[in-house]
Design a protein around this ligand. Structure first.
Ligand SMILES: NC(=O)c1ccc[n+]([C@@H]2O[C@H](COP(=O)([O-])OP(=O)(O)OC[C@H]3O[C@@H](n4cnc5c(N)ncnc54)[C@H](OP(=O)(O)O)[C@@H]3O)[C@@H](O)[C@H]2O)c1
Length: 260
């Protein structure tokens, strides 16, 4: 077990990629604190982990709210006594609109969750990690944070910010034996991508299978990533197997390439 006796906080752990990471961490021996706003989904994941003999706790949290984040980390510390790993996975996709039409509230909401929420969770766990001279932070970025993507400027900017945050923080906290890395997924299997394929199929008068084939044309592996594959990368970056890796962004993207 690669995370035996570790305590991990996974934001957005109730669904999608965060759910896969929570399950994978628990299977590797970690106690997992799953934090997001929707308690029913958090409870579902905690139930799955406990049914397999693991340890987990649900803490409903809006990560853009400073006080809720402070209280979530305090609950993790009081329940488990330490926090070894933080996965900043919560994120919102935000609006699809050109900058010229951008709604300020929508813009601000994306940055408040994706960027400020990540900073708040990180700041609170660092207070405990620095004292123990040990810790790992894994940020979930996006390939939309490594390249521009028309009509998705707040999302791209927030994820580009996550890469900058990762690199900056790694330098700040390296002397305390705290590592900070980022995973950059391209499209990942799940409800969100299924809906995109369906919508494109309807708009273009083609089958959902054909829509998905067109979507995967620019992926070397001709498929998109499974959430378990992002979770496997998170386990690697959270474990001692990556003990010399910090400040890095790891694409987990089925070989997505840009067409020139
Ligand atoms: N799916 C993809 O194709 C893909 C590709 C690249 C990167 N990513 C990134 O991977 C991460 C997870 O994506 P996903 O597709 O698995 O997510 P998802 O299914 O859209 O779920 C997003 C998660 O974020 C949580 N969240 C949203 N607002 C929050 C807030 N204010 N406070 C706390 N939690 C909040 C949601 O929980 P509540 O709504 O219950 O709060 C949910 O658990 C995101 O950062 C996303 O940008 C995803």
């Amino acid at each position: 077990m690669r995370l035996k006796d570790k305590v991990a906080i996974v934001t957005g752990g109730g669904i999608g990629i965060g759910r896969a990471i929570s399950g994978a961490f628990a299977a590797e021996g970690a106690a997992v604190v799953v934090a997001a706003r929707t308690l029913s989904r958090l409870n579902g994941v905690v139930g799955e982990i406990k049914a397999k003999g693991g340890r987990a706790m649900a803490v409903p949290t809006d990560i853009s709210d400073e006080k809720q984040v402070q209280s979530m980390v305090a609950r993790a510390l009081s329940e488990y006594g330490q926090v070894d790993i933080l996965v900043n996975n919560s994120g919102v996709g935000g609006p699809t609109a050109n900058v010229v039409d951008m709604d300020l509230d929508e813009w601000s909401k994306v940055l408040a969750v994706n960027l400020t929420g990540t900073m708040l969770c990180t700041r609170e766990v660092l207070k405990a990690m620095i004292g123990r001279r040990s810790g790992v932070i894994v940020n979930i970025g996006s390939e939309g944070g490594r390249s521009g993507y028309p009509m998705r400027s707040p999302y791209c900017v927030s994820k580009m910010g996550i890469i900058g945050f990762t690199e900056t923080l790694a330098i700040e906290v390296g002397e305390y034996n705290i590592r900070v890395n980022c995973i950059s997924p391209a499209a990942v299997q799940g409800e969100r991508i299924g809906n995109v394929a369906k919508a494109r199929a309807e708009a273009q008068g083609i089958s959902p299978e054909e829509a998905m084939a067109r979507m995967t044309r620019n992926y070397s592996l001709k498929r998109i990533t499974d959430p378990s594959e992002v979770a496997a990368a998170a386990v690697f970056l959270a474990s001692d197997e990556s003990s010399a890796v910090t400040g890095q962004t790891l694409p987990v993207n089925c070989g997505l390439y840009l067409v020139h």
